[in-house]
Ligand binder design. Structure first.
Ligand SMILES: C[S@@+](CC[C@H](N)C(=O)[O-])C[C@H]1O[C@@H](n2cnc3c(N)ncnc32)[C@H](O)[C@@H]1O
Length: 236
């Protein structure tokens, strides 16, 4: 059963999958590659690792994980938006990574996997979007084996006041304008992005939430002037 936030988020993302990768790259000035590389490095997958990527979208992070493992490993991407998953499947097939990936239509808050069956679990640029962040971490921790890495990467509010002036103009002013030039759907999605970042949890709050849900030694690491924050730890 989908709640109103899940329905809203799905309606936003269902209309933008084809341009998503390009726009993320353009609007982040290519920084998104570095953010994903950081996530993969912290998760440090082995060649035979089975990895979970929650709210996988078009599979950008899943692709980076799939490249980091060998054919003996597997990346399972989960999302609630069918068109995002279909795009992920097609893109990774084009890149020859289909043998290392599987796609599951499900909600982050109710993962259809056995306890402890993944070596690591990630959620990238999506914690603001889920309906229940606590349940999401509970489920990610449950599905991860003991000692495995649970990691969240998400947009955050940069701490530096001078940088904030420039960044908020860009995020709240220019972003939705660029979006509307691309399409009405992108206009809606990018104005939602700005609003959701203003309400987002801090890295310290995310780390505390993860600890409560069974992840230990959590550490927040701000990246790119703090416009994103990675928070990670190990399943207890
Ligand atoms: C901004 S995209 C992020 C995609 C990808 N992880 C990335 O880093 O580019 C957010 C994704 O989260 C998905 N999503 C939002 N809420 C979700 C939930 N409760 N369960 C599963 N997926 C969800 C959306 O469908 C969308 O594909």
């Amino acid at each position: 059963m989908y709640d109103s936030k899940a329905r809203y988020v799905r309606s936003l993302f269902s209309k933008v999958p084809l341009e998503y990768d390009l726009l993320l790259g353009l609007l982040s000035f290519g920084q998104d590659r570095k953010w994903r590389a950081f996530v993969v490095k912290q998760a440090s997958p082995l060649p035979d690792s089975v990895i979970l990527d929650v709210a996988t979208g078009t599979g950008l992070l899943a692709a980076d994980f799939a490249r980091a493992i060998a054919d003996r490993g597997l990346v399972v991407g989960v999302d609630l938006t069918l068109s995002m998953l279909q795009t992920a499947r097609e893109r990774l097939k084009e890149r020859g990574l289909e043998g290392r990936t599987d796609w599951v239509l499900a909600r982050a808050e109710n993962l259809p996997f056995k306890t402890g069956c993944f070596r690591s679990a990630s959620i990238s640029l999506a914690l603001r979007n889920v309906s229940d962040a606590r349940l999401t971490f509970r489920e990610m921790a449950r599905a991860t084996s003991q000692g495995g890495v649970v990691i969240s990467l998400d947009f955050a509010r940069p701490p530096n006041r001078a940088f904030q002036l420039f960044y908020y103009d860009y995020l709240l002013g220019l972003f939705p304008i660029f979006g509307r030039i691309a399409s009405q759907a992108w206009g809606r999605t990018l104005s939602y992005l700005g609003r959701s970042i203003l309400k987002s949890r801090t890295g310290i709050q995310i780390a505390a939430l993860m600890i409560e849900e069974g992840v230990q030694d959590t550490k927040p690491v701000p990246l790119t002037q703090g416009i994103v924050c990675a928070v990670y730890g190990k399943k207890r």
